[in-house]
Design a protein around this ligand. Structure first.
Ligand code: FAD
Length: 508
């Protein structure tokens, strides 16, 4: 049967069983569409990255003898919408069957299901052969439980895939080295430059301009830094193992004004587009560690592997267990507008400025910047989770809803009331100062809670706890904060300072 097989922009998995055989009956379809460039305002590097990776993928399929239809954004016949393009192709070219891989986003899942109901030819959905678990694995694993414990899911993945294991036990006798991984960067001499790919992307930038695609941030036309092919993605794994892994875990939570990437792998885009599979990434890292134990300690490696087969996989399970309700959750009923400086970086708060500036410049911030700087500030200030989702979904090169929303609404904003995390991730200036060098040189003073120069994180931290007492005081992991608040002599002045900052939030 003459078959049309759809490949979405985040389904660039060259190892998929679809591609094991060539057939004259099968045509693959990739499409650059306004539907995808416009569902949220994306960072310009994100759009460029996706289009380049899709073009490379299409080229490699053609080179290996597959038939491909590739719709460029400015092709005349491009209807800019998934259903319309597919319906038209089926009609014009007489396809007799339509096949697709299960999408990772709820919106596309719905759209494809609807499309399949509307077209007359047989349809079939396939697994994307990327994740370690099936869509509903986590939901079934935690059946009947109110909270999902990441650690038990993670251990199950370790066992199931025999990663860092010796039979049924962890290879070093210990499952988790999180406690060893909380250091500040004291010596910048340790820093290693990132592996960047200096590509000329002027052609795609011209296309985006011509088609009037609205984007955020900037993109150097001559130096595009992200991997956009499987070969480049594999190079990034090698670089990570050889240069960064030995310090990864130790400085995983550190922030430093002089370096955007520190020892992070920058592999999220390559994995989220499926150019790399999570299993091959962790297996490569494990293999490297086994051969280099004298220079790479287990704490570095376990920390990295946990992020991928633990957190990443777990977030995907939470998404499918809780969508579409997850998208509407707002435990604290937060509704404040996101301040303008999230879009411009123009704020006196040095930590927020650094995180936003580098996000606009590189479409990247590492986990602790997202969680403990921008996310923390937004939660303390009571920003609407809808506005925040839009921001996080747009600005990061790796942002796809299944992993963005679970991290933002769930882990960072506790808007899910405690499905992903057991308590809100909030902190005063203390934590930011402990993990970074941002506070030195900041307009605000980290030690002050009250007054013109008081760090906003300090008063807003207590303001957050005070205003949410009825929702949080019963949480056993938070009781201590309420006991401290009750004993504070200057409580009234601090809360007043918090009120003042919230009223004048655009001026911070
Ligand atoms: P590394 O630090 O090198 O980590 C290795 C890999 O582990 C990452 O590539 C990623 O695949 C995985 N990982 C680490 N932490 C997480 C996590 N919490 N959830 C899922 N995977 C994780 N990650 C995304 O891929 N897309 C997003 O849209 C996204 N949005 C986020 C929003 C917020 C508010 C927060 C707090 C985190 C978000 N993350 C997101 C998770 C994490 O910040 C990024 O995966 C990471 O910064 C990517 O950089 P890296 O590849 O250098 O990661």
């Amino acid at each position: 049967k003459k078959t049309l097989r759809l490949i979405l922009g985040d389904q660039l998995n060259s190892k998929h069983s679809w591609f094991q055989n060539q057939s004259p009956e099968v045509t693959y379809l990739l499409m650059e569409m306004k539907q995808e460039t416009d569902y949220v305002k994306h960072h310009i590097q994100k759009v460029v990255g996706f289009f380049l990776a899709m073009r490379n993928f299409s080229k490699s399929l053609t080179e290996t003898g597959h038939q491909v239809i590739y719709l460029n954004l400015d092709d005349e016949e491009n209807q800019q919408n998934l259903e319309t393009n597919i319906k038209k192709l089926i009609q014009d070219q007489g396809f007799e069957k339509f096949e697709y891989q299960l999408p990772d986003e709820y919106r596309l899942d719905m759209q494809l299901k609807e499309l399949c109901e509307q077209i007359a030819i047989p349809t079939e959905a396939f697994d994307s052969e990327h994740f370690l678990t099936e869509r509903n694995f986590l939901k079934d694993f935690f059946k009947g439980k109110k909270t999902y414990l990441m650690e038990s899911f993670y251990r199950e993945m370790r066992r199931k895939y025999d990663i860092l294991m010796d039979g049924k036990e962890p290879i070093t006798g210990k499952w988790n080295y999180d406690h060893d991984n909380r250091n500040k960067l004291k010596d910048p001499i340790l820093l290693v430059p990132p592996k960047v790919f200096k590509k000329d992307v002027s052609e795609i930038l011209d296309l985006l301009q011509k088609m009037e695609i609205k984007t955020i941030g900037s993109c150097d036309p001559k130096h595009f830094e992200w991997p956009v092919s499987r070969e480049e993605s594999l190079e990034l794994i090698t670089y990570f193992c050889q240069k960064l892994l030995s310090s990864f875990g130790e400085y995983q939570d550190a922030m430093y004004s002089g370096d955007k990437f520190l020892f992070h792998s920058r592999l999220s885009f390559a994995m989220n587009t499926k150019m790399l599979s999570p299993l091959e990434v962790v297996q490569e890292v494990e293999k490297y560690w086994l051969a280099h134990q004298e220079t790479v300690s287990i704490a570095q490696v376990e920390g990295f592997i946990r992020q991928i087969i633990g957190w990443r996989e777990y977030m995907r399970g939470v998404y499918w267990a809780k969508m579409p309700e997850f998208k509407t959750m707002n435990f604290f009923n937060h509704d404040r507008k996101l301040p303008d400086y999230f879009w411009t970086g123009e704020t006196k708060m040095s930590c927020v400025k650094h995180a936003v500036d580098q996000s606009l410049e590189s479409a990247y911030a590492h986990h602790i910047q997202r969680l403990m700087v921008t996310g923390n500030f937004a939660l303390l200030a009571g920003i609407s989770p809808d506005e925040l989702d839009e921001w996080y979904l747009g600005i990061y090169i790796d942002a796809i809803e299944w992993v963005e929303i679970t991290n933002t609404r769930g882990m960072s904003q506790f808007a899910d009331g405690g499905i992903v995390g057991t308590k809100p991730y909030v902190s005063s200036a203390n934590y930011i100062d402990k993990m970074s060098n941002y506070c030195s040189g900041c307009f605000y003073k980290k030690a002050l809670k009250v007054g013109e120069k008081a760090c906003p994180f300090n008063s807003l931290y207590w303001h957050f706890y005070a205003r949410n007492e009825s929702k949080l005081a019963k949480n056993p992991r938070i009781g201590m904060a309420y006991r401290t608040l009750a004993k504070m002599k200057d409580q009234e002045a601090i809360l007043k300072q918090g009120d003042y900052y919230l009223e004048n939030i655009e001026d911070l």
